[in-house]
Ligand binder design. Structure first.
Ligand SMILES: Cc1cc2nc3c(=O)[nH]c(=O)nc-3n(C[C@H](O)[C@H](O)[C@H](O)COP(=O)(O)O)c2cc1C
Ligand SMILES: CCCCCCCCCCCCCCC(=O)C(=O)O
Length: 363
């Protein structure tokens, strides 16, 4: 039998130390945002169109100059070697094989240059983006950016939803507040402030402002996307500032527990952006139909976080390949059932609230 994401999650749970499983699985506070990310998708339905002549389907999308074979990419998640000894390179090989983007993070347990090399060993033009938290000292941020550029990353994803670290109650219960011996945030080694044997800590900085983002953009030619946008006002500022893309996200429910589900925040952000830059979404995407709903509501692509960690923990590179292939096949299937030939055929007229008696009226 082909394992579903639910099977892989269960395999991951059985294989992982419970403290690590809970670190991956958990959210902030009472985990309302975490729960709602998935639940909000269940409250939406797709209203399919028929007889559209979509015999051949092309799932590809282009984002910030990179072509993705499907509108599903890998969102940044920390510390892949907690899931599997091969860590981020295994994820990179699987993602490259799927022809999509891996967003590798500054909290990776393998240096970014090794991650891009692993991806390019599978596919010469594999796209790897680099996620970073702006550090309070600009010289540290700049050193990280140069590292990502030298490694051949093709975009920067700046996470802006973490002025302070989320309060993760599962981790507090386990007393899980450090990496096991032998694992470290390898991209933080050798930066200003690091000592020879100890990588620098990743800092969260509540004092950051749009000035810091402006400085970053002046220092690099790479496209810069902002991750963690939920408010349409921030989306409008980002467009005016010249940002290259947005990722609507509540950080998988790990930061502000009172935040809305990502899919609920998407329509207002998409409306504010009005097609001027790509809008992506992550949080709670577990099926191809979730990706289709997000695209219909204005996303150009979706990201997945935890499902990739489940695949990695369950079966290494093979497990991640399986996760991405499942999502690709499901998305293709749903697109066909909705009468679509490409992601661009999915529009807001296809999405209705479940249980809404007037949902089927002509649009
Ligand atoms: C274990 C874990 C670690 C994460 N680490 C990061 C990180 O280092 N940087 C970041 O911007 N987001 C991080 N995220 C958030 C993800 O990028 C993404 O927003 C979230 O996982 C999407 O929700 P999903 O897990 O429901 O797909 C992390 C999420 C998880 C579950
Ligand atoms: C595995 C031990 C947990 C360590 C928690 C304290 C470290 C804070 C700085 C690390 C930043 C890593 C970001 C990861 C992330 O965004 C997320 O978990 O979500």
């Amino acid at each position: 039998m082909i394992p579903t994401l639910t099977d892989l999650r269960e395999r991951a749970r059985k294989r992982l130390d419970p403290r690590v499983y809970d670190f991956f699985e958990g959210g902030a506070g009472g985990e309302t945002a975490l729960h709602e990310n998935e639940a909000a998708f269940r409250r939406l339905a797709l209203l399919p169109r028929v007889l559209r002549g979509a015999a051949t389907r092309d799932l590809s999308v282009t984002l910030c100059g990179d072509r993705l074979a499907m509108p599903v990419l890998v969102s940044p998640t920390a510390f892949h070697r907690l899931a599997h000894p091969e860590g981020e390179p295994a994820t990179a090989r699987a993602t490259a094989a799927a022809g999509t983007v891996l967003v590798t993070g500054m909290a990776a347990t393998v240096p970014v240059a090794e991650v891009t090399a692993a991806a390019r060993a599978v596919q010469a033009d594999a796209a790897v983006w680099f996620q970073l938290y702006l550090q309070p000292e600009p010289e540290v941020t700049l050193a990280l950016v140069r590292r990502a550029e030298r490694a051949g990353c093709t975009a920067l994803v700046v996470t802006v939803d973490s002025p302070v670290f989320g309060r993760r109650e599962r981790d507090a219960r386990h007393g899980f507040d450090d990496l096991p011996a032998g694992l470290a945030a390898e991209n933080m080694r050798g930066l200003p402030g690091a000592t020879d044997d100890r990588p620098r800590d990743i800092a969260m900085s509540p004092g950051l402002s749009w000035d810091d983002l402006r400085r970053l953009r002046a220092q690099t030619r790479l496209p810069v996307l902002l991750k963690g946008i939920l408010h349409p006002g921030d989306a409008r500022i980002a467009v005016a500032e010249g940002v290259d893309g947005l990722l609507v996200s509540n950080h998988g429910g790990r930061q502000l527990d009172a935040a809305p589900a990502s899919i609920e925040a998407l329509p207002a952000v998409a409306e504010a952006v009005a097609g001027r830059i790509p809008v992506l979404l992550d949080g709670g995407v577990r099926r191809g139909s979730d990706a289709a709903v997000a695209l219909a509501l204005g996303a150009s692509a979706v990201g997945v976080g935890r499902p990739v960690l489940w695949g990695l923990a369950a079966d290494g590179e093979k497990g991640v390949r399986h996760v991405l292939e499942l999502l690709r096949a499901e998305f293709d299937h749903v697109l066909a059932l909705c009468g679509g030939g490409s992601p661009a055929d999915l529009g807001p007229d296809l999405v209705v609230a479940r249980g809404s008696v007037r949902g089927g009226e002509a649009r």
